[in-house]
Design a protein around this ligand. Structure first.
Ligand code: ZN
Length: 192
């Protein structure tokens, strides 16, 4: 269990599409250790997700988890999920939503349009095939992580670069507007 260095935007490894984990490879000590490291590194950095490409590993593995997290008070909880060879399919009539995203590999946040109704297919860390429908902001998290495995960063999908902001300036000037937008879209609980 090791906290790994998270590569930052500009590092070429973030731009290389990762390869599928081969059958039989998943049970290996090296891959299981990588999964443990991804979980440790994500939790240490207080992120909602981390892909193997972000620690320089060329494998299609991502981890996601949202607990009560002060960095994402508006995010729905997501139990620890290890996604091996994940595939995202957009469901018919999926609505889109302009999500303000951040990334552990990018020092900025920005607005990205994401689908809110998807089907995900993946293997868990034991090789068990799983499939399920994912809706709301969690669907955006899946799309963000699978993008990483294709060498894509959220900044590539920012339609309006004027939405880019540091975390501090986002908190100061844009966070409340984003929470209001989520509430208007039925994606965050109304104020008490
Ligand atoms: Zn990211």
């Amino acid at each position: 269990m090791t906290v790994r260095e998270i590569l930052q935007i500009g590092h070429p490894a973030l731009r290389r599409p990762a390869r599928e984990v081969a059958p039989g490879e998943l049970a290996s000590g090296a891959v299981q250790e990588l999964i443990d490291d991804l979980i440790d590194t994500m939790r240490h950095a207080r992120g909602a997700g981390l892909a193997a490409t972000q620690v320089g590993e060329d494998l299609r593995i991502a981890v996601m988890e949202v607990e009560a997290n002060e960095r994402y008070p508006y995010k729905p909880p997501l139990p620890l999920t290890v996604a091996v060879n994940p595939v995202v399919e957009i469901n018919p009539q999926s609505p889109t939503f302009m999500v303000n995203e951040g990334c552990l590999s990018v020092p900025l946040r920005g607005d990205v349009r994401r689908h809110m109704d998807i089907t995900v297919t993946y293997l868990d860390r034991h090789g068990e095939p799983l499939t399920g429908r994912v809706t709301g902001l969690t669907a955006g998290t899946w799309q963000h992580e699978v993008d990483h495995l294709d060498g894509i960063l959220f900044t590539d999908r920012v339609e309006d670069p004027t939405t880019l902001a540091t975390w501090d300036e986002f908190s100061r000037h844009h966070r409340q507007e984003f929470i209001d937008r989520l509430r208007a879209g039925g994606l965050a609980p109304a104020p008490e």
